[in-house]
Write a protein that binds this ligand. Structure first.
Ligand code: FE2
Ligand code: FE2
Length: 199
């Protein structure tokens, strides 16, 4: 299935279809993923996944380009039907990455990693997430990293419902969901090293 009406040549062109705050959120989440991997001693994981200078870390919500614009980045309460529509962004994201590496085999590692991140970044460690309700190690590692980075980006930035949280408040919020939403090992290393760095 072709989900994008045009041949996918440049992921960055696709990203430009998102509103500015959406682009910033994707880039910021990618940066937090790098920080998390570095403090876990896994900073070398990114390099082999790069393709044409692009990192699969920077596009977790790329599937939102295929949502109705009024739903993609709105701080408003959604109806159930709207919520299900928004949840579709994880499948769209995976399909965009799949399309890229099916068209260009040199993008295979990039596309598979990006596809896993896009598809599974809303899975929860305890199995309560979507789209599959996977839990623990069933969720690809980079998607577990992205789940933490994604939430951290949202907490720090604030939304229509909440003002930006302080660094410490955001770390505490991650810790509260450690083991339920998030991989406890990722949360504990990230929060510990971040506090250490501030001292
Ligand atoms: Fe998302
Ligand atoms: Fe996100």
């Amino acid at each position: 299935m072709r989900v994008v009406g045009v041949r996918v040549e440049k992921l960055t062109n696709l990203m430009a279809r998102l509103p500015k705050e959406g682009i910033l959120h994707n880039m910021e989440t990618g940066q937090y993923m790098r920080v998390i991997l570095r403090v876990m001693g896994k900073g070398q994981m990114e390099e082999p996944l790069l393709w044409k200078g692009l990192s699969p870390f920077d596009y977790h919500d790329i599937g939102k380009i295929l949502l109705p614009r009024e739903l993609a980045y709105q701080d408003q309460l959604f109806s159930d039907a709207q919520r299900y529509t928004v949840m579709g962004h994880v499948d769209y994201g995976e399909q965009i990455f799949r399309q890229i590496w099916e068209e260009d085999s040199t993008a295979e590692l990039f596309g598979k990693a990006g596809g896993n991140i896009a598809l599974f970044h809303h899975e929860c460690y305890d199995g309560s997430g979507y789209p599959d309700g996977r839990k623990e190690d069933e969720i690809p590692f980079l998607a577990r990293v992205c789940a933490v980075a994604n939430s951290f980006s949202v907490l720090r930035k604030g939304s229509g419902f909440s003002s930006p949280w302080s660094l410490e408040e955001s770390l505490v919020a991650l810790e509260k969901r450690s083991g339920t939403w998030f991989d406890p090992e990722i949360v504990s290393v990230f929060t510990e090293k971040t506090r250490e760095a501030l001292e």
